[in-house]
Every structure is written in C-alpha cells, then in structure tokens.
Design a binder for this molecule. Structure first.
Ligand SMILES: Cc1cc2nc3c(=O)[nH]c(=O)nc-3n(C[C@H](O)[C@H](O)[C@H](O)COP(=O)(O)OP(=O)(O)OC[C@H]3O[C@@H](n4cnc5c(N)ncnc54)[C@H](O)[C@@H]3O)c2cc1C
Length: 390
C-alpha cells in the first residue's frame, strides 16, 4: 500500500489525510506543535469545499458547529446597501456555505482523522526539518521533536505532502531564497464576541473600502441555538507597505487603540461596529500577506503544499471540464490520484493552454479523480487547489 507522509495538521493537511484514507492510501500526519489547540477566529467554507467535506461524512458535525450562511451584503462606510447576494444553498448550490470558527473546524477534522484513520497516525511534536528522495525509494523525511531535546526522527514514505501553511518548511527546502511573504499594506485586527444576532443571524457584511473596512459575520451554531450570535469581526486598515509592524503571525496580540477610533461613526440600527470591537476581550493582529506562485509544485516524491483547504470551484461534470479532460494527452489521464500535481505539469509541458480557473481531471482507471484548479492570469499558472475525489 502507498505510504503518504503529510507535513502539517492544519485544515489542508487533515482534509488531505481523510481523502487519502478514503482512496486507500496509508497516511501519517506530522504536526509541529506538541498539542493542537483550537486557534484562530472565523473562516468561510464555500460550496465547492463543503461538498468535499460532506463526502467525507462531516455534514452533521459541521451543521452542529457552523452557521449556514444565507446572505452576503456589501455596505458603504455610512451603512448604505451597495449589493446583496444569496450564498450557498440559498444561491442554488447543492451544499451550503459555512461560516465557522477556524479552530473548531481544525478540531473537528482532527477528531475525524483520529476516529477514521487512528489517533496513532497523527504525530504531534514532529516538526519537519528536511528530506531526501530518490526515484526508486520514495522519500525519507526528518522531524525534530522539541519536547525530546530536539531529537530527530526519520520516516520513509512513498510520497510527502507539504501542508505546513504560510511558512512552509517543505516549500522553503525547494525555494530557499523566497524569503518572507509579501505584505499588501493592509493590516487586519480580528476578534469574536457573543452578542445579539444581527440581520437574521446568518449574514456576512462587508463595509467600507480598502482604506478602512469591516467584515462581520456569525460563526457558531451553538450560540445560535441559545438565541445569541458569536460574531467574528475583521477591522482592516491600509497602513502602507513599508510599515515596520507588518510581521506576519496568526497569534499576535492586537491593540484596540490602533483601530477602534477610526470606526467611531460606524453605528447603525442593525449593528454598532465600535461597540462590537470594544466588547471583545481578545484581539489578534496580522498583516494581509501573500506569496507568489512557485515554478514547480512537485519533485519526484514530494508534492505541492496544499494551498487552500477549499478545493475547486467548478462542477467536475460541467461541460467545460469534460471538454478539457477529453483534450488531454493520455499521460495525464493515466496519472495516479497522488499525481495530480504531476499531471498538471505534464499538461503545461504539453503546451495546453488553460484559461483562468479551469479544472484538470485525471485517473479514471482507479475510479478516483484528481482535480487541479488552474489560473493562468498574468501568464503564470497557479495550482490553487489540489484534492482527490472518490
Ligand atoms: C494558528 C492559526 C490560526 C489561524 N487563524 C485563521 C483565522 O482566524 N482565519 C483564517 O481565515 N485563517 C486562519 N488561519 C489560516 C488558515 O487556517 C489557512 O490559511 C488555511 O486554512 C489553509 O490551511 P493550511 O492547512 O494550508 O494551513 P494552516 O491551517 O496554517 O496549517 C498549517 C499547519 O502546519 C503546521 N506546521 C507548520 N510548520 C510545520 C513544520 N515544519 N512541520 C510540521 N508541521 C508544521 C502548523 O502548526 C499548522 O498546524 C490560521 C492558521 C493558523 C496556523
């Protein structure tokens, strides 16, 4: 049986582990932190990703935890409505959009991995530090254990998936000179506070402009059943690209003095934005950062970092997808499920010309499908999402 090593027990790594297990690949997850804790604030899962999570049997647990988002609204900074659109099932999709606490989602996935694959297949306190690979022997990965005096452990696998987040050590191994992510000039402060429900208790609101913006949405079904709303909020302010405070971290404490006063007029009949901020106990701060795509997402046995947990945005059986599938050379169609990224590279080497956000589909032989979501904007091709569907 193929042995997969997954580096990183975050949203992408755990979801990938569940899919590998589902398609018959033996899998072990290696997570750097000694104990996984439910960190973070709100995150939104759109229908293309919730379809995958439902196929993994997680629908009931998601519905018990998350808000099934009904509507997205854009407002000006003085509260005027600019645009309103339905979301998820309310917009006609088969599966919903969930607004959920990122840490609760991670714990839900972790429980699922432990229950279906086995708790022994998730190794915490295993920080990836390097690997060697060969065409014949797969990959040998090395991990350091901080709680064992930095003792090193080496593990062999057939394939290694780097799902170790924004500061991926796997990615850094192949792109050692990439440096820090690029800062957009936008600073975000985030928090969550339980309050009265607003606009039905299932609405996302985005207000203002890139100079000053607020994003507000409820994230907890457990609060909703008590008639309350755990409201996630983001306060965003343009501070300029050269600001020295722009060091990225998910857990850095934020200070209300840095942003609340900018929103002091944002008080409306349906929500009091500055009150929401001031009533929140814990605030985190992080800069909006991004990375450029890399030239190659897999090399021999080491595969692309899973960039997002949300997989693809088009239906696999849509006409466009099928058209592109039939146009592919055999070499792609025959790729095994673990080789979605390789299939993508073969596609590019064969000069296939994808428009933005197309699907690549491979491996009909094993009744499984590998999907790669491509974007060719700015003449660069980006693998945005990789997932396996049974
Ligand atoms: C603590 C934390 C809080 C976050 N909060 C939010 C939030 O509030 N809202 C939001 O939209 N997004 C948040 N994110 C980001 C979001 O989870 C991811 O961007 C997205 O889900 C993609 O998931 P991922 O699996 O690629 O990365 P992540 O979810 O970031 O997971 C990466 C995992 O890899 C582990 N890891 C890192 N380096 C190594 C290594 N060398 N060896 C082994 N394991 C390693 C990390 O500990 C982490 O568990 C947060 C991420 C983290 C880590």
């Amino acid at each position: 049986m193929t042995q997969a090593l997954i580096v990183g027990g975050g949203i992408g790594g755990l979801t990938t582990a569940l899919w590998f297990h589902r398609v018959g690949v033996a899998v072990t997850v290696f997570e750097a932190v000694p104990e996984v804790k439910p960190l973070g604030v709100g995150i939104n899962l759109l229908p293309h990703s919730t379809k995958v999570l439902h196929q993994l049997g997680l629908q009931n647990r998601l519905e018990a935890t998350a808000i099934l988002t009904r509507e997205l609204r854009y407002h000006s900074k003085d509260g005027k409505t600019i645009w309103v659109e339905p979301r998820g099932r309310f917009a006609g999709y088969q599966t919903p959009q969930y607004s959920i606490h990122r840490g609760r989602l991670q714990m839900l996935l972790l429980d699922a991995v432990k229950n279906t694959i086995g708790a022994q297949q998730v190794l915490t306190d295993h920080r990836f530090v390097g690997c060697e690979q060969s065409e014949t022997c797969g990959v040998v990965a090395h991990f350091a254990r901080s709680q064992a005096g930095e003792e090193q452990v080496s593990v062999r696998g057939d394939v290694l998936i780097g799902a170790d987040g924004l500061h991926s050590a796997v990615r850094a191994l192949f792109y050692p000179h990439e440096g820090l992510p690029q800062f957009s000039g936008q600073m975000l402060w985030r928090g969550a506070v339980e309050t009265e429900p607003f606009l039905g208790g299932d609405t996302i609101v985005m207000m203002g402009t890139n100079d000053l913006k607020a994003v507000i949405y409820p994230i907890s079904q457990e609060s909703a059943v008590r008639g309350r709303s755990l409201v996630n909020w983001v306060a965003e302010r343009r501070i300029g690209k050269d600001n020295p405070r722009a060091k990225e971290s998910w857990n850095k404490q934020g200070h209300k003095a840095d942003f609340v006063s900018y929103f002091h007029h944002w008080r409306f009949s349906w929500i009091d934005v500055p009150k929401l901020f001031t009533e929140t106990d814990e605030v985190v701060e992080f800069p909006m950062v991004d990375r450029d795509p890399v030239a190659q997402w897999s090399t021999n046995a080491v595969r692309a970092p899973v960039v997002k947990c949300t997989p693809v945005s088009r239906k696999p059986n849509s006409k466009r997808s099928l058209k592109h599938t039939s146009a592919w050379p055999d070499s792609i169609v025959r790729q095994s499920t673990a080789d979605a990224a390789v299939g993508y590279q073969v596609a590019i080497q064969n000069g296939l010309n994808f428009a933005d956000t197309q699907l690549a589909i491979g491996d009909s032989a094993q009744e499984t499908v590998s999907l790669v979501h491509l974007s060719t904007s700015n003449r660069s091709v980006v693998v945005l999402h990789v997932y396996l569907a049974g």
